[in-house]
Write a new protein. Sequence first.
Length: 619
Amino acid sequence: MLILLGATLVAFGVWAALETVSATDLYWAMATGRYIVEHGEIPRTDVFSYTYAGAPWSNQEWLSQILFWELWAHGGGTTVAVFRIVVTVGLVVFAAWLGFRRGASSLAATLMACAAAAVCRPSLDIRPHLFQFVGTLVLIGLVDLFRRRLRPPLLALLPLLMAVWVNTHFSFIFGLGVLGLLAAVETVRTLLRLPESLPRRDALWLDAAAAASVLACLLNPQGVQALLFPFTLLGSDELWRQEIIEWAPPVLFRRGEPFTTAFLGYYLAAQLLAAIAALVMRPRRFDWSNALVVATTAAMALGARRFGPLFALVAAPFGAQNLTLVARGLAVRTAWQAAAVALACLATIGVLARSTLAYVRARYQAGFFAGMSQQWIFPQGAVDFLNRNPLPARLAHLYQWGGYLMFEAPGRGVFIDGRGHTVYPGSFYLEYKHLEDCEPECSDVLDRHGVSLVLWPSQNLAFAQYVLLPYQLRRSRDWRVVYDDGQAVVFAHAERGREWIDAYTGLRLQYPDTLPAQLFLADAYFAAGEFERARRQTQETLARFGATTAQPTPIERQMQALAERGDSPIAWFHVAMNRDVRNDTTGAAEAYRRALDRGLPEAHAKYAREALARLGGLP
């Protein structure tokens, strides 16, 4: 039975870990970790950002940043992805073990831990906040073991845990709060001599361990400032928490909301009902210490979506304990219980395996790490283009792309990145939002920060909320497209990006060896009047990438409809070029003739006559 329950826990853990999530914060964490390893120091803000160069950055996560970088350096994205799976499975199993150690039945402990996995699934992305969950469960586990086994040496691990946690994620302050709350409740219970309270000496040991843990948190590069920073972070720039979706309150019982799940509402209600029932039926066995911790975490989860997984994991052993108390109070017994549980476990594992395999086939076609981290979000081709052309530039880009640029293009400062309110004030985020929403102030923002290149989602990409800015820049005389692969577009400013525009018009820019980038290069040849190079570049690229077709493409059909409707010589010239590329000699010759007959400009007419001669189309 225990083997089947354990297998179910692992299945739920893997199912939760394989949810695809953005690697936005992972990239800036790895970029920072790489810098620390290579330079032996924690970087200043100006190492990565040009907009807020010199701004203070209280980097509380340097240890986790080094860990992520070392995982990547020694095993690539696969190792990082496996790490996430191991941590997620470990959290689910450990939450069940905590419930079991508190006296819950193995079935109740498994049920609650699996439910917690369902709540956590949308939010366990690969970033330093994973250590918030690890640290919290380990801390609660150590205190639980001490309360039940009364072994003072266990408490020595608490300061060690906090010394690591303070350098891993700023949520260590939550750990100190949990530890202080547990110690205070146990002390009060001891003073009041309540049933099952700790002996006075052991309560003093717990208080001493809590005090030592506070001192252990001073073992960090910022010293006392590290203890103050989380309060500064939460107490300032309310704008960030209003704008960043994971700081928004969850919408309970509604599906499709980012960074949360509809199941959170049901899970919270189930926890509340189980706690009330246990308190009413078995008041002497009710765990007030952990009830206060769970209530505090629930309030945090109701205030911000990012705390939903924390509540789920902390509440799982508490809920398992309450379910067991209620079941024992009702004297639930059945001869077929073991068989029913076994069948339920096997059925659950089978359903999870089937749905997970279907999910993996649909989402992981690009590779293990690429599927898990939603690589399609990031401008891989555009960043390759920037790296191939080491010209000076001040970039403006999406907030979500900042970390990727820090990691993949370390030589270029970023406009903004996922470090968010730890570096950038709320007023600057408002400036960024002017760009994202293409408000009238966006030109002033670009001018004020001396932006020479804008890296943005292309209008061809299905990011509807970002299409306004590229549409506006394409219409502006101050900006010119120097790269577009259908996913991301790069605009150069007419003055500040003059080197890029000169290199583009002079055909000196280097482009990635991908189908969209090479086709854009063919368009660059066309724009420069190098029509034959454009034709050959397009033919060779389509043939090399297996994209050649004998039938007109949708774009060609649209161009032909435009030519027939307006009878424009330039439109007919485009139709002729498209047919020429497809080796439709008859159709190309006909379109070239139509273009010439309708007054094609001489620069184009010269090539049309040469093409007709090549195609044998001259009278």
